[in-house]
Design a protein around this ligand. Structure first.
Ligand code: UFG
Length: 322
């Protein structure tokens, strides 16, 4: 019988792609999601769906009691700005919710977890590209919640309760090329979906936050990693943990830096029209450059991003819009 994986947050943007990947690899997938930001249309026919909240311990324990081999945990609030204004929301959802998951795992003897962490755990880069040895010094509460869960998983591991892989995503972008995942995020906060809303006329235009950074064109540089590549790393991490019974913390990025202006220019090229935007002041807390050194993921998981061409990535998003 196929191993059963509980994908918590599996109706969300990255979670739904992870669900798809695991189904394609023959796993028996249960999606657990409260649909607060996820979308039911993202749940594939082959997945079983439990509508539940990570704050509901009873429901979590019930889900976890169904012969689950491993958990992939991607249920979290993720707006950096909001986390600085309403830390209580992040404490509840990201901290308490994740602790509930770890406890439910221990109660039900579930031994493996892949956790969606973030480059936000590092804070301001002390060197670029950042490897996993870079100091962990989050500068926003969102990043702190990711760090705190990593630390809790470390403890649970030390105490012999579970093995974990923390995957530290850089900037996730794109959609599955076959168009199966169609649920768009509501009120997106990130650059790419905002640009797409401008491209489709859903919003008037957008702002580029800062053009006075010390970068090649003055705008911020990020490491954009295709969500399909991210999803694949989750299944590789599960496989590795099942084989080795060890725990890992791994960056997931391409190592390639692309500026905001380059994204905008590439989008205009892909969609064949000009976008409406203005230059606005810097957004607080934005480092000029953030790129990953992801050699560890390659070494340990054999993972290598496939989609490194930014125009191809943008096309994968645009093709779903038109
Ligand atoms: N940006 C704009 N205009 C916008 C939105 C964003 O110019 O309307 C710029 C930002 O200033 C930044 C870049 O586009 O330079 C990317 O911004 P995003 O908000 O898309 O992404 P961030 O790099 O700020 O953050 C993302 C995730 C976080 C994660 C972080 C880690 O949203 O969850 O990557 O690298 F922590």
């Amino acid at each position: 019988m196929a191993d059963r994986i509980l994908v918590i947050g599996g109706a969300g943007y990255i979670g739904s792609h992870v669900q798809k990947q695991l189904i394609e690899e023959g796993y028996d997938v249960i999606v657990y999601d409260n649909l607060s930001s996820g979308d039911e249309i993202n749940i594939l026919e082959k997945a079983k769906f439990i509508k539940g909240d990570i704050l509901d311990e009873k429901s979590l324990n019930e889900a976890m009691s169904q012969n689950i081999k491993a958990v992939v945990h991607l249920a979290a609030k993720k707006a950096v700005g909001e986390s600085m204004i309403s830390p209580d929301i992040y404490a509840k959802n990201n901290l308490t919710g994740s602790i509930n998951i770890l406890n439910a795992m221990v109660n039900n003897n579930v031994k493996y977890i892949v956790f969606s962490s973030s480059a936000a755990v590092y804070g301001m880069p002390e060197y670029i590209p950042m490897d996993e040895k870079h100091p962990i010094n989050p500068i926003n509460y969102y990043g702190y919640t990711k760090r705190a869960i990593e630390e809790n998983m470390e403890w649970f591991n030390k105490l012999g309760k579970l093995n974990y892989t923390a995957l530290r995503y850089f900037n996730a972008v794109g959609y599955a090329f076959d168009g199966t995942i169609r649920g768009k995020e509501r009120n997106p906060q990130n650059l790419m979906p905002i640009i797409m809303e401008a491209a489709t006329g859903k919003r008037d235009g957008f702002s580029i936050f800062g053009n006075d950074y010390e970068t090649r064109d003055g705008t911020c540089i990020r490491d954009y990693i295709h969500v399909t590549d991210l999803a694949r790393a989750h299944s590789l991490a599960l496989k590795k943990m099942f084989e080795e019974n060890k725990s890992y913390k791994l960056n997931l990025g391409t190592g390639i830096g692309t500026s905001v202006k380059e994204i905008v220019d590439a989008t205009e090229k892909v969609i064949g029209k000009k976008l409406k935007y203005t230059y606005a002041p810097r957004r607080s807390g934005d480092p000029a450059v953030l790129t990953a050194k992801a050699d560890e993921a390659q070494k340990i998981l054999g993972w290598k991003p496939v989609y490194t061409d930014i125009e191809e990535i943008i096309s994968s998003v645009w093709n779903l819009e038109i």
